[in-house]
Design a protein around this ligand. Sequence first.
Ligand code: HEC
Ligand code: HEC
Length: 238
Amino acid sequence: MNRTLRTRALLFFGLALFVGLAASLAWAAGDVEKGRKIFMGTGEDLDYPSCAHCHATVSAKDELEKTKQIRPAFPVFNTAHRGAWKNKKKGKLKTAGDAGNICVKAFQKRKKGLTAIEVEHLNAFLASVSPGKDAKQRKIKYAPKLPKSLDGGDKKKGQKIVAQMCIVCHGPSDDHLQSELKPGRRSKMKVAMKVRGWIRDKKTKKLKFKANNGQMGFIAENRLSDAQLLDVLAYLGK
Ligand code: HEC
Ligand code: HEC
């Protein structure tokens, strides 16, 4: 090899190495816009609830005022800094995107979950809605208990809650995920069980908590208090 050829070969390999490194860095960093698409995605034909159906991206304090709705799960605002995502089976999770991937399988019923690259995109998006570095860690509340009595709620308040919270998914128009909830169609017990994530075991006939029953997930007391649940039951139940 003469000298110019060798220099060219070296240059070429140098460039190839640089491009490869840059590409893998970009890959590792994830893409905010691609992550946003994953966050907003509902499948081709409203096949499953999007992350946005269940999680606001503004703080819990601002959620109602800024979005006019309250979602069934806690906002992902600042979640990239919380760092305490856990799963019963998987134990401690590395990133918020990994926690999101649990939701993909549990609630969106996409068994394979996201690819590693998609998790990176999601992490980039979640970081973009996490401005505070000192966000407090938050314990996720599983298996919210059913209230001892299902009576005593306030119908009017219940109607308002249904119009703020349940309507995120249950509504009259075609772009709602699920049909509108009308009063007097279901027993209070049925509504309460669905909201808190309880089902009746077919064999033992006992109640058991099942976080991933259906696509609705469960609504914990830090999103809908027991008193508010009773209001919902007074309005919807028969
Ligand atoms: C059907 C509702 C539902 C959908 C859809 C859903 N989640 Fe969740 N998610 C929950 C519930 C319920 C929890 C645990 C309870 C809570 O919020 O405290 C949770 C927990 C989380 C957590 C950990 C807790 C935290 O606040 O840091 C993250 C992160 C998360 N979800 C992200 C996502 C992402 C990203 C998607 C979309 C890929 C998604 N979720 C889709 C309901 C949902
Ligand atoms: C994240 C979207 C979402 C939200 C928010 C939501 N639901 Fe649902 N709900 C669904 C979906 C999807 C189904 C049907 C699939 C399933 O069983 O999970 C359903 C089913 C139900 C059912 C059982 C089926 C039926 O029609 O009898 C009840 C009861 C119910 N929801 C009540 C509520 C109430 C009450 C609220 C508000 C406090 C609420 N839901 C909020 C998505 C949601």
